[in-house]
Unconditional design. Structure first.
Length: 648
């Protein structure tokens, strides 16, 4: 018996050694050395390595996590100490499937856990891996040992090259309060939209197979559909001592021999009679498939600083407080390219980070970071400035309202007409019909999403031979003044003045009965408007005596304290797009510059304007992370700079 145990130990030892790397190393151009700084590796500048954040080292290496608002958050820790207890997340600063230093980056997230009154902890007792999340008991607040208390967590997924078929790597990092002894934690990856409800202390949105999503196989061992994954890691007082990969399966499916990986032999569900559980897996080929290391000296804690359990704010991790590891998902056989025709598929949707009391996979769970989102790419949304017409249709732009810089957009129609190129975030059309746009996240990816825009034509409304020749909004003292001119007034029954706070949903302000004048006629409408009210959009609906209606263009009224000669940017805050209202003295090109709060310019837009009033939509905020941005508008008639708060 002793000889058998010895042999198993030796085999396990060699399998362990071949599977891991515990020294500083660069994988897919990302530094795994327990340091957060790009262009820095293994305690020395190296001007080409990507990493979590930028610490000012020069070079071509890029940082991955969006740091907008970092200075404000850290300043708030001093001005408003209670904010030190708050949790927050930051996403990847690049668009998904962007090529960064010749590698495709898919997604990333940084998450700060609650501090002080931590309401995301497991109650003492029987909470374990392998149980359904519905069975986990999470109290309102409870103390936990310092070595189990999570401070921050990071996750990032990228490919080792520029192609969607290059090896897929997952990078993860965690900081814990205490550095004494061994520390045990899990990164659990879900296929469903699992979430944690803090008010009820319960998990929702978990999978259908005993609380998880199981991996499905056919008789030949091919993967039919992916399921949940967990990477369990153990760091001793000296180094990384274990990383284990497990997938959620039906126990009877372990009799099938998978084509992309091997079973490791372990299986843990909710008790000895569990039908579903986590089974450990190993790659088909020998060699290292994961790396891991912890910091051995004080290490910069990033632009958001670090909040310790005692609510002190520090700028460095103490030795062994920050742990980092990576896994080659391709080598392990559990990435989309290994089992589907879609190498651009999302390997998972949510990440739950947990700590455990000991090395056992089913040891008591301690702290957790509520599931955070990854691979939640917004589907394409398209719109046309002109959706309905009844005379000769002018060339009209149809646009993607939430363009992704790395996505490919292809347009088609079966009953309309596209003028010019059929690819890109915008096309020009000159006929009614339905226009379909298909989005690929990357040129090498299959279709991800699509949207349609229908432009309608009504032959009956050709009788609407009136038209608005002028319309503007201005202020005279405390009054808002709307003036318009129409060219066939005798055909009009009434005019409806409509307003909107966001240029999307309009409401009726008043209705005027048309006067008896024939031909070109001028109208004016005054009302008392608060000087400090936000910018307001207006339009006029002319309803004819035949019951048909036609709208004017939209005009914007700036707040009373705005300089009417300068461009006006609205709304602020915004959760999507912004609008720019300006009056041009001549036909010209206006430049719109968008920068982050540090002044880093990342977008320049050139927009043609006509003489007179112009209302310009800017959709460039759709894929940006929440935070403060700087928008500057330069026109021949003036220049304005404004801070815009983007909310999500």
């Amino acid at each position: 018996m002793k000889k058998t145990l010895l042999l198993l130990c030796i085999l396990g030892y060699f399998g362990f050694v071949n599977g891991q790397i515990t020294t500083p190393i660069v994988k897919a151009n990302f530094g795994i050395e327990a340091d957060l700084s790009s262009n820095f590796f293994n305690n020395a500048p190296q001007p080409a390595v990507d990493d979590w954040f930028s610490n000012g080292y020069p070079g071509t290496g890029q940082f991955i996590i969006d740091t907008n608002g970092a200075a404000a958050i850290v300043a708030g820790y001093t001005l408003f100490p209670a904010t030190r207890m708050n949790s927050f997340s930051r996403l990847m600063r690049q668009a998904p499937y962007t090529k960064v230093n010749n590698r495709l980056v898919l997604d990333a997230v940084f998450h700060r856990d609650f501090h002080g009154d931590d309401s995301t902890v497991f109650a003492s007792g029987s909470n374990k891996n392998g149980m359904s999340p519905v069975s986990w008991n999470c109290p309102v607040s409870q103390g936990i040992p310092d070595k189990n208390d999570i401070l921050d967590a990071f996750t990032h997924v990228r490919r080792a090259g520029p192609n969607s078929t290059d090896s897929l790597w997952m990078f993860a990092a965690i900081s814990l309060e205490n550095t004494t002894g061994s520390r045990y934690f899990d990164f659990e990856l879900y296929q469903t939209d699992i979430a944690y409800n803090r008010s009820t202390q319960t998990f929702i949105g978990y999978g259908p197979d005993a609380g998880h999503t199981s991996w499905k196989f056919n008789a030949a061992g091919n993967i039919i559909s992916p399921g949940d994954i967990v990477f369990t890691a153990e760091f001793s007082s000296a180094a990384l001592s274990l990383v284990e990969a497990r997938i959620w399966v039906k126990k009877t499916d372990m009799s099938i021999t998978p084509t992309t990986f091997n079973w490791g032999g372990a299986f843990d569900g909710d008790g000895s009679g569990a039908i579903y559980g986590y089974a450990n897996i190993l790659p088909k080929t020998a060699g290292a498939f994961y790396t891991g290391i912890q910091n051995t000296v004080n290490t910069w804690a990033g632009p958001f600083s670090l909040v310790r359990v005692n609510n002190s704010v520090v700028t460095s991790y103490i030795p062994k407080q920050f742990m980092e590891f990576s896994v080659n998902l391709t080598k392990l056989g559990i990435e989309p390219a290994s089992f589907s025709n879609n190498a651009c598929g999302s390997p998972f949707r949510r990440v739950l980070v947990k700590t455990r009391s000991s090395t056992s996979f089913t040891a008591e769970l301690k702290d957790f970071i509520a599931p955070f989102r990854m691979f939640d790419y917004p589907a394409v949304d398209a719109n046309a400035y002109l959706r309905y017409f009844c005379e000769v249709m002018p060339p009209t732009s149809v646009d993607v309202t939430n363009p992704n810089a790395s996505s490919v957009y292809t347009w088609s129609t079966t009953n309309g007409n596209i003028v010019g190129p059929i690819t890109g975030p915008s096309i020009t059309v000159d006929a009614p019909g339905t226009y379909l746009v298909t989005q690929q996240l990357h040129a090498q990816c299959p279709s991800f999403a699509f949207d349609t825009v229908t432009i309608l034509y009504d032959a009956v409304c050709l009788t609407l031979n009136w038209d608005f020749t002028k319309f503007n909004a201005s202020r005279t003292g405390k009054d808002a003044v709307l003036k318009w001119q129409i060219n066939y007034n005798e055909a009009i029954e009434n005019y409806t003045i409509e307003y909107s706070n966001g240029n999307r949903v309009f409401y009726t302000l008043s209705t005027l009965i048309a006067n008896k004048q024939a031909g070109v006629t001028d109208y004016s409408f005054n009302y008392l408007a608060a000087m400090n009210e936000p910018a307001t959009f207006y339009r006029i609906k002319a309803t004819g005596k035949n019951g048909k209606a036609k709208y004017s263009k939209t005009a914007i009224l700036a707040p009373g304290n705005s300089n009417k000669n300068l461009p006006v940017i609205y709304p602020n805050p915004t959760n999507n797009e912004i609008w720019i209202s300006l009056v041009a003295s001549q036909k010209a090109i206006v430049k719109v510059l968008i920068a982050d709060i540090t002044g880093r310019l990342f977008k320049t837009i050139l927009v043609p304007v006509n003489k007179g009033s112009n209302l310009l939509p800017v959709h460039s905020f759709t894929h940006n992370a929440a935070g403060m941005y700087i928008v500057k508008v330069k026109s021949p008639d003036g220049e304005t700079t404004q801070k815009i708060l983007l909310t999500k």
